[in-house]
Design a protein around this ligand. Structure first.
Ligand SMILES: [Fe+2]
Length: 382
């Protein structure tokens, strides 16, 4: 019986640059659509498992017995099977991914951001979606921003750190992943903050975000969270400024690019809103503000040396001169239109799920929640 590995171990190995060969045994289409990636380069092969069933010798002959293989499939059965085949062929130390790509798609990697004393700020990176949620911890309480569907992760994290989740914030009605906000609110009793611009027609019970209001921890001590309405990516998009030092920017500001305003199919109207937001509400913020985005596209350009997805706003403006340098609304709209591309059909369904209008079965949610995001206005800002 061959050994397995977890999605957390997989991320750690990628971070450490382990010299493994990752063998994805799903079909070519699935592999092309969504595969593993992380902060360092990896060696990734794709040989479908049915090749190992139909012609085991031929499939095995494509591999190098001196390499160390880690097998991956959709759920885990085929990766386990191929690991067995390789083991029988004399390959050593072959292991298979527990929970397959479905598990990889949900895994969250907590990383602590260095802050002034008195509170903790955590980035929860979801490498399978290339998205980030955040936790702000102060004296036994935790606020969570943009939680993803893996609610167990957040409750376990809170328990392990001896804190209660007291506030949940949505930066917007997500289209690309299933939110864990409503289920976490139900499980923890935390106040669920969301903007009417996106959530008014939802069936969820939430507390309306008020532009310019500051949300505090119970007892009034600790860093404040200033809510700033930032329409454009969606009408209700909101950014949250923590302690005047950090901005949880959702899909409004990314390290590279900005959030695409065309997902609602009102591209010109929303692009105008985004232009006004960027000029009047975002570019007025200090250059030293650290931006904590909802998504990223590329580890190489968007992560720090410590593998955090963040940067200061001054650097971000310089990196995205092709966007922030535009000084006429019509030029900005033209930029958005030039960079437009199709959005995955499933996004409409995900929006309905996140508004409480649809409640698909768990397996269906797994499928719609899998795969990298498509939220940036451009693949590269340059
Ligand atoms: Fe988004």
């Amino acid at each position: 019986m061959s050994a397995s590995f977890t999605a957390e171990e997989l991320f750690q190995w990628i971070e450490e640059g382990r010299d493994y060969v990752y063998l994805d045994v799903r079909g070519e289409e699935d592999h092309a659509r969504f595969s593993i990636e992380g902060p360092s380069e990896i060696t990734l092969l794709n040989i479908p498992y049915y090749d190992f069933m139909e012609d085991p010798e031929g499939a095995v002959a494509q591999l190098d017995p001196s390499s160390t293989y880690r097998t991956i499939c959709a759920k885990q059965g085929s990766a386990m099977f191929v690991a067995e085949v390789l083991g029988e062929a004399g390959f050593e130390d072959v292991r298979w991914l527990e929970g397959g790509m479905t598990g990889w798609g949900q895994v969250l990697i907590p990383k602590r951001i260095s802050t002034p004393e008195g509170y903790e700020l955590w980035q929860f990176n979801r490498p399978g979606k290339a998205s980030c949620s955040y936790g702000l911890v102060h004296e036994g309480q935790m606020m969570v921003f943009d939680p993803s569907r893996n609610a167990d992760f957040y409750t376990s994290f809170a328990e392990a750190h001896g804190v209660r989740i007291t506030h949940l914030f949505e930066t917007h009605l997500q289209a690309d992943y299933v939110s864990g906000g409503a289920s976490l609110a139900a499980a923890t009793g935390a106040t669920y903050h969301a903007h009417d611009g996106d959530f008014a027609s939802s069936t969820l019970s939430y507390t309306s975000v008020v532009d310019g209001a500051t949300v505090s921890f119970e007892g009034g001590r600790g860093p404040g969270v200033l809510c700033t309405h930032a329409p454009g990516h969606t009408p209700g998009s909101t950014v949250y400024l923590i302690d005047e030092r950090y901005m949880v920017s959702g899909d409004t500001v990314f390290i590279v690019s900005v959030g695409r305003p065309d997902l609602g199919k009102k591209v010109v109207e929303w692009a105008k809103q985004l232009y006004a937001t960027l000029k009047e509400r975002i570019c007025t913020l200090p250059d030293a503000l650290m931006v904590l985005p909802g998504h990223y596209t590329d580890w190489g350009t968007e992560a720090t040396e410590d593998h955090l997805i963040m940067n200061d706003f001054g650097t971000i403006k310089a990196l995205n001169e092709s966007i922030y340098g535009l000084d006429r609304e019509e030029d900005f709209i033209a930029y958005i239109v030039d960079n437009m591309r199709d959005q995955p059909e499933v996004y409409n369904t995900i929006r309905q799920v996140n508004a409480g209008l649809l409640s698909p079965a768990a397996e269906e949610l797994d499928t719609m929640d899998l795969g990298k995001n498509e939220c940036a206005a451009s693949h590269m800002a340059a």
